[in-house]
Design a protein around this ligand. Sequence first.
Ligand code: PLP
Length: 480
Amino acid sequence: MELIFEKSRPGRTAAALPASDVPEKSLEGLIGRDLLRDELNLPEMAEVDIVRHYTRLSRRNFGVDAGFYPLGSCTMKYNPKVNENAARLDGFTALHPYAPETFSQGNLELLYGLAGYLCEICGMDDFTLQPAAGAHGELTGVMIIKRHFEKKGQKRTTILIPDTAHGTNPASVALCGFQVATVRSNAEGGVDIRHLQELMTGDVAGLMLTNPNTLGLFERNIEKVAAIVHRKGGLLYCDGANANALVGVTRPGDMGFDIIQLNLHKTFSTPHGCGGPGSGPVGVKRRLAPFLPVPRIVKKGKRYRWSEDFPLTIGRVRAFYGNVNVMVKVYAYIRALGAAGIRRVSENAVLNANYVMARLKPCYRLAYDRPCMHECVFTAEKQVQQSGVHATDIAKRLLDYGFHPPTIYFPMIVREAIMIEPTETESKETLDEFCEAMISIAREAEETPELVRSAPLTTPVKRLDDVLAARKPDVCWTLC
Ligand SMILES: *Cc1c(COP(=O)(O)O)cnc(C)c1O
């Protein structure tokens, strides 16, 4: 497909303006010569061609509104449009969130109320809505852990992370100057308790855990894990990015977690996008609340106001108080579902994942053969051994069937991993279509492996060199 610059024709314009009836004035003298350019090299096109160009491009984009998106660990659920309508109300869009408190009581009430709901859902005592994404929430959480031990006058150097963890966990820990020690998983995909006991010394500030973990499995020993960490004075951090199997059913705070970050753009049905619409609020138990970022919203009587008056705070983690308009969507989502609806989110997410797991089990080997939570992890090892078809080939072939592929090669401890997260918003018919595509691909892998290895065949761009595409993306058009 031609680029917009290649479609450009000299002199063509998108607007027909009347001739100017005021004298032309040269910019020379007003602006330095070195800043003046004769040519901007902008494309010159007619309006209709511009519209067609961008409409065509937009149709090449794949989103959850276009089809099933079973990307494990990402929770690409459908976002109900009614929440967009709420966020679009003039009262929210026309108000600067830092408008004087007299004018913004409604907005402040919403933010304050949302933090309260998140506390209730997670079993925490306080929440900040400030962090802009999951990884940003992790960073905030680890900063709080660090400040907690500084205040106690304890020098703790290390944070423990299981070998199944999301890559952002060790990155957040390292950014705060802690060392990472890796806790092994046991044969059923949970934390190896013996190894945890060995590693959990007085030098360790805490354990960052994902529950259900990234294998989609619930940590059955969570109470034991919490006791081991707490006995040595450590803190238990929950990477709550994927709370889709928990909400309304069980609460991380009740399991012994001291801190949690939530990814509103995963569990709470708002658009993904780090630093853009993403949002990673952090909840804490009462004793850690003094360290939360400022400004915070405080309530006195019936009035809400911003306050910076928290002397032990870690400070600001963002130039602005979170993605306020995103919070409106989350608030609307929670209010619309209510407690019973939120519970159904988890129940249906778990049911759908187990349904997919059961249907695909005869064709693909399971990494850990036990009931899963909101996602299930297969391995393509059988296909690799039988016909040299890898997880990546299966993922590419799914594109030909019109599906977004699941997550592959994560978690790292599963070779040839295929991690499927169907989410609760999909119908049985959609799940069946997806499963049938996966079953056909398993058959193709046996009968015509070359076909699977050369996929995708129907997409605008065929197979890319993954490494080159990631390291040296060619996204810039230059005049030659
Ligand atoms: C998505 C995810 C993160 C990171 O969240 P971002 O919003 O992408 O920064 C962290 N941990 C887990 C388990 C995740 O799935």
